[in-house]
Design a binder for this molecule. Structure first.
Ligand code: FES
Length: 152
């Protein structure tokens, strides 16, 4: 089997304040992800949807937003991502719900990691997956909103 330099961590240093250990908050969000869309997505009405893939690992994320008066009133998401992506997106969904679209877009990877009590440094890229899906869903909403406004 050929080594994959991106996915092979056998020789990685302990490069995080948390080392190889996930915090209890990360584990809790992984095991009980908030706002995860269970079941048939066609049953969930949404105003914006975004789907992205992580080019580093090939994982995918889809996020659905309900929006009222420029504010996120509900979020649902699905993913083929790893434990860190699931925990990070769970945290992101909690942080973003209730915020204006602009404020939600400003949520950073560092804010997500802080919310979770830290993430191993080499898993930071996993939190980008939910963040990019959120941005894509907001962009989708804005494009549809502009189309509807221009049609008037
Ligand atoms: Fe792919 Fe974490 S390894 S999202």
């Amino acid at each position: 089997m050929q080594d994959n330099p991106v996915c092979d961590n056998r020789n990685a240093e302990n490069n995080s304040p948390n080392g190889w250990v996930y915090t209890e908050t990360v584990k809790e969000h992984f095991l009980n992800p908030r706002n995860f869309l269970m079941g048939d997505e066609s049953q969930y009405p949404y105003d914006g949807v975004g789907t992205v893939g992580n080019p580093i690992c090939g994982d995918q994320m889809r996020m659905y937003l309900q929006i009222k008066d420029n504010r996120i009133t509900d979020i649902k998401w699905k993913t083929y991502g790893c434990a860190s992506a699931i925990a990070s997106t769970s945290a992101l969904s909690e942080l973003a719900k209730g915020r204006t679209l602009d404020a939600a877009q400003e949520i950073s990877a560092a804010e997500i990691a802080d919310y979770l009590g830290g993430l191993p440094e080499h898993k930071f890229h996993c939190s980008v997956l939910g963040h990019e899906a959120l941005r894509a869903a907001i962009q989708d909403y804005r494009q549809n909103f502009d189309k509807a406004r221009n049609a008037l």
